[in-house]
Design a protein around this ligand. Sequence first.
Ligand code: HEC
Length: 510
Amino acid sequence: MKLFNYSRPHVMVVLLILFVYVGFIASCTHDDQIVPTPPGPPSLEQLNKQVRVQVAYDAAEVALKFTWKTQGKLYPVGLPNVGKNYPMQFHDMLQHNGTRFDRLPSAQRLEEDRITFMIDKQEGGIQGYARMGCGITCHTGMTDHHLLTDAVLDHWHWRGARSGPMGYAEDVAVDNVSRIRDDLGTMPTKFLRSGGDRFREDQAAIIGTGHPVLEDGLPRFVFNKGKSMPGGFTVPGFFLPNRSNATMIDPHIDIPQIKDVSNNISLLVVYQDRNFDPVEKVNAIDLGYLAWLATGNVDHLPSHLSDESSSDFTAWKNFWAAETNISTEAAAITKLDQVHQEWVDSGKKAMVTRSVGFIYNSDQHDISTEREFNADRNEWTVILKRKLSTGSAKDANLSTLPNGGKFTISFAMHDSGAGSETHDISLPYEISNNDDADIKAKQVSSLSNVDWNAIPALDTYWVKQAVMPRFTDDWLRSGAHPGSGSIESTKCLTCHTESNNVIFTQGVLN
Ligand code: HEC
């Protein structure tokens, strides 16, 4: 029986008064009396554990909201960013190495924050996932995720640098080989390279003769300085800005000072299909295009752009002519000179990111996102939204959620600045609209104006780093695990409660 409806404001007020009163007694009586924590859902006012998950849905869409405490960054060892808490919305910086723009040396590289999860239906779902969650995709370690059976597991992946600033998450899936992404090799990602449509791409320096930008090997994509973006934000420079909108020079010092993620400053968005997403997000210019105008030469461009009469070339040229409003040699040289000068003025320290983004209609663009960072609370908030049913075989069909359908979710957070293997993971949890679900999904009339304070929350801890090597399909099913006999019938949570301290990291990290 349900005693309280916690979503009703007056009940919350009564409970709040009760909690404050009990807390008052506890703190003022100097004896050893232990006041038990009242049962019930967490106060939605404050996240006191490490991560919160909430799920809401309307007739067409579902939204998952994650709130988590950031960790003090652990890497790169010995550099000034270590130990600081900040939202990491940058990845793979490119800076001049004396010859050309390139990634920072490996011991200095910085990694974006990420939140990611896998989800599958319980009934008729992938063998083992309902109870073991993403553990079934880990086998000999954490280096790769894949299934042992011929199935496809939906994987939502929000990247702090490579997708978040665009307002998307990478919509991938895992099969019995590895992660599946788009790999078609069509326009528009052909703007960049010949094959492989990916949600994000890597840019290289352009090298050639005829302009200092080519001779010094500047990056192919820089920011479109002066462009007005939605939200009253004007792109401040061709290169990455620091907190004061001056050119960033030392990423390990400058990045930790940036706590405001409302300005889209990290990801170079180089192409956008505005029929698919009409909100203006392209913030880049292609110096390769300007260098072609300036020199009449295509040598610095990738091979599929070497034929000026090809349709690829025409599509690319027309896009950048419209985007830059530049189509003459003189105007191109002027702009290239400005870019080069800004780099020289920075003491040749200015940088951009290596990752560039494309927005176009594809299976990987099903998930739209919103992000927020609260520096006072040291909390990231990311909302990921998608249709209940996308029609894609790579996506979990969530259309039964409104009718009591049960799903299992396992989530993970990368937020230490370390590489892909150092992430914090969760136990598997059930999402459904049933009262006894671990994460109770709540119906709302429209996801466009959700009152998240009225949506139930699961507040929990991450799995301890020390036990992560055992969070694999092989170990959990092995004789070494006392729970192996009932692994597919009993929830992990039934044996591993938060309080018994075997699995969960208690307290806030770093
Ligand atoms: C039937 C009860 C039961 C179930 C269900 C169960 N476990 Fe366990 N598990 C245990 C026991 C008992 C231990 C040993 C506890 C100890 O060492 O104190 C253990 C140990 C572990 C350890 C090793 C902890 C360490 O300190 O090395 C991991 C990791 C683990 N379980 C993960 C899981 C996960 C993940 C699930 C769900 C997929 C799960 N367990 C389900 C009973 C269970």
